[in-house]
Ligand binder design. Sequence first.
Ligand code: FAD
Length: 472
Amino acid sequence: MNEIPLKDRMKIKRHPMPAQAPDERIGNFDEVNLGYTPELAWAEAQRCLQCKAAPCTDGCPVHVQIPQFIQHIVDHDSLSAADTILEDNFLPAICGRVCPQENLCESRCVLAKKGKPVAIGNLERYSADVTTKERAKRIEKVEADPTGKKVALVGSGPASLACAGDLIRMGHDVTIYEALHAFGGVLGYGIPEFRLPKSIVAYEINALKKLGVRFEKNVIIGNTIALDELMIEMDYDAVFIGAGAGLPRFLGIPGEELVGIYSANELLTRINLMKAYKKEAITPVLSYQDKVVAVFGAGNTALDSARTALRMGAKKVNIIYRRTEAEMPARVEEVHHAKEEGVEFIFLASPLAFIANKHGWLQSVRLQRMQLGEPDDSGRRRPMPIEGSQYSRDIDMAVIAIGNGSNPLLRNTPGLEFTRWHTLMVNPDTLETTVKGVFAGGDIVTGGATVISAMGAGRKAAQSINGYLTGT
Ligand code: FAD
């Protein structure tokens, strides 16, 4: 029971998440946020007004029962808090860390109208973290009788992990095929260790393995194994495609091929997944020591690249963006942390060309100053060039982080149809593709989105696949 009267609860200030000090953390790849202590979590949970209508739950794409789980924290029952979240969200330790809560659940919190919302994400993370050991000890068994039906999942990102979690519990035989040598999709190769420790991703994958999900790495569906081979020769009864949006977009400007220019995906994969910052790593990167690095873009990928470059020893890191801070799509917390760490932002500037030195290495970038015009289709104000305002900036390295297109590996598969944005075409009600028995969800369908939306799609597809396999 929360014994503090409502009006007093509204006066309690939001409890910030403890974090490593900025000057300390830029020297390591350890997690920046340290997590709430039990005392902090309990104090923050007291702020929840326990609204009957639960607008926060409406703001959550998977409808976690937020007031209920927070009440369990008030009652000092973290395991019940975690269990309540797990009913709807299969990956709470991950979502508590990376969900853009400020645009989702927290944006609907009644307290946000006059002050700061309840720190729902921090409390979700707390509930998951403090119950890790207890949950690992639980022997979870599949209750459903085996259906004898086989399902193959393409890709091991959050869409497939969530889909697999539901399908195995429904009694189906589930195998995940992953193109890379590590599992987790962007959770593994994209989001850096300092935001999402890989041990947390491994924990979730092991939980699925214990339930009986099989994981096969280094298999490219559409290349190593064709989609119809899966269905015909390997006897799969249904397939889920969760292949993500892993194809980097480029600026398409002169000089983009120069030495010293990376796509964000390459940078993050080499450094974060393959640990290029360690001496024993088998993948090389150019030295960042004393370099001036410019990152083009303003989403989470750009912020992750900039903060990774700082940790690699860069002398100066700039984010260069053609709009302003108000239009940045990155999570607010990432922008805040990047500023604390010394990343400098250059707004209203757009790159025109990269210039080489006499050895063909990147030396500078030519920029165009911009101003904001009327809103475009995305609702954000359109950047417009200011005549006669070009200028150059010396840089040693550049990272292109302007978004990703859908993964192209299945594009030539007979029968699979794609939209003009190269995303997979699906029936929005069932998530079935244009090939019978083949379903899809996550970024391969929506384009680059969020972990929670990919998970939601994976779960929705699992329901449809179950209906397809059982005729219900
Ligand atoms: P993915 O996570 O992309 O996984 C797809 C997997 O499929 C990959 O492992 C790929 O190798 C594999 N694959 C592709 N084709 C094949 C094939 N033919 N055969 C076998 N395997 C294949 N979202 C947030 O909510 N919060 C954040 O803070 C955040 N930060 C991000 C930071 C970065 C750097 C990036 C790139 C994205 C970030 N996102 C964030 C977005 C989020 O990670 C994605 O929306 C989400 O991971 C999509 O999940 P998915 O399962 O659809 O695909």
